[in-house]
Design a protein around this ligand. Sequence first.
Ligand code: ADP
Ligand code: MG
Length: 700
Amino acid sequence: MNPSILQTPIDYLKGVGPSRATLLRSELGVHTYQDLINLFPNRYLDKTQYYKINQLQKNSAEVQVIGKIVHLKTVEQKRGKRLVAKFVDETGEMELVWFRGHKWIRENIKINTPYVIFGKTKYYNGFSMPHPDMELLSEHQQNLRVAMQPIYPSTEKLSNKGITNRVMSKMMQQLFVETKARFYDTLSQEILEELKLISKSEAVFNIHFPKNQELLAKAQYRLKFEELFYIQLQLITKKLIRKQKIKGFPFPVVGEYFTNFYKNHLPFELTNAQKRVIKEIRNDIGSSAQMNRLLQGDVGSGKTIVGLMTMLLAIDNGFQACLMAPTAILANQHYQGIVELTKDLDINVILLMGSTTTKQRREIHAELEEGSLHILIGTHAVLEDKVVFKNLGLAIIDEQHRFGVAQRSKLWHKNTYPPHILVMTATPIPRTLAMSLYGDLDISVIDELPPGRKAIKTVHRYDSNRLKVFKFIAEEIQKGRQVYIVYPLIQESEAMDYKDLMDGYESIARSFPAPDYQISIVHGKMKPADKDYEMDRFVKGETQIMVATTVIEVGVNVPNASVMIIESAERFGLSQLHQLRGRVGRGAEQSFCILMTSFKLSADSKTRLETMVRTNDGFDIAEVDLKLRGPGDIMGTQQSGVLVLKIADIVKDNEILKTARHYAMKILKEDPSLSMDKNKVLLYTYQQMAKHKNIWNYIS
Ligand code: ADP
Ligand code: MG
């Protein structure tokens, strides 16, 4: 068939017309025949299976049962009546229930006659089925039917306007008539044979009109594979093109700055993981291709020093470097830390933030352009157009999930060739997700903590145990440690959260009175200068307790702090809890994290708390998080619009993803431009997808 028919606007489909077409476009994003074909059912009503009453499960989907009604009665209830039938088969009994239409049922239902009933069951002292679909067994056996009935995605507006599931099915049938149900195959013969996949036509037909479970499963597999395969093909191609085409500045020299620092000023022995990552980075930036690398490492794994040493390599090669952090506090801390580490080197480091004065800025801009400024550290302020470098060779972004993809590309344009980019993140992204999200980035992992760290002990305590917790805090402070107490601050309920924080602060101040105890408080409503002042007192050890909202979440480093109390912990997401916990356990002392909650906990909250208590491993936590929330909610993925998959599920279809990636790599290795005859169809499909924007704009 001529593939271009698939690009026909949906208005032309018989039975659609302008008003339905408008709805299909706005509600479901269906513009063309192709879009409608790709509107896959959410689920199927399985009428191929018959259940016995004793096989019914609580919370199952719709089921089909054969049996007889032996008794019918009306039950009075508070509001109206309900009609209840006793329905039996040879294994047991259940109830059928109607809340309306009693008269019709009473008149038409045959007692003691075999029926096939279909519907969703409820369980309360036995199974019942409200408003079942019913059919006499004798008729059921004569009727030809679609065994698996597809249920399409819908919206309130669609069903209000009469585009019901039945109408959707009709449109789909019409589509198959008009296209003769023949679709060119989007996968090559080679792939189809090796993986024993069914053809495109067969798959598309069976996804909409499955004949049985087995064919449905085959159709799903084939379509999921195809979806993931083309994403991987795109990601890998992009990466190859970037490596070939996008020139970077080669940093061939390992010079005085790096060597001197490494030999004389490194305050500790690097971990093996840090050494390995530095080597990986050196390999990249030593070549003439641009580096685009994601550095993943759990909180406290020591990413900063890796970043600094990369910057020293840039300086050794006559380039400037910049380091961008998401918050002023964090930028400041990086600045302090790097100034300290490089104090014996002849390096000019400067901090640029929103609060930097115009006069200071003028100086900074001048030094940047003239090249006497080696390292610029800052917040978003470094992205401003006015910030012009003489020769930016390396840009490091810390805690990447706070930044959008747009910012990354801004950095790209700060030199004639894009600078090398190193993105550091402490939010471990599960490998599966990293592979599909950041397929165009190379990934390094620091999977080892510096030696001597003791695992943080995490416990969950109810609010009613607060006195014991306070006693524990007092004991730790007695030993010379410092304590964080963190309150949630979530935008929608800000006023209330703010009150919680202040109430909490007062109660803490009462229990830990001056002059024996000093307390810092930091929250979003304070002026930056006041925040910095309070933070600074805590960093210097002048205060023992830091009461704060999540502003301290990212990156803050106070090694003497050994206790992290998280208030209303049930309100935090897993990755946030893990980030917060990472603020302690940075020194040699045993550290603790106490998750405080009320008694009322949802199932998800319980899982989050249990996970935190069970493990300190960020990757493990990220996997649980991914399972709980699904990939769409993982931080940083929303704004990039990724993972709007039509049929595959990044988490559940992990194995298919691996296979798809394997094949995409294998094919591109043999035939990078897809010019071989056998791959023609792949190239064609790929180009079609790009042309019709069916490949999602995944990548920055
Ligand atoms: P993160 O990866 O969370 O950014 P940091 O770079 O802030 O971690 O490092 C956390 C702490 O560990 C810092 O105090 C740092 O000086 C220290 N550190 C980093 N690497 C090592 C190492 N190899 N040995 C000992 N301490 C280290
Ligand atoms: Mg850090």
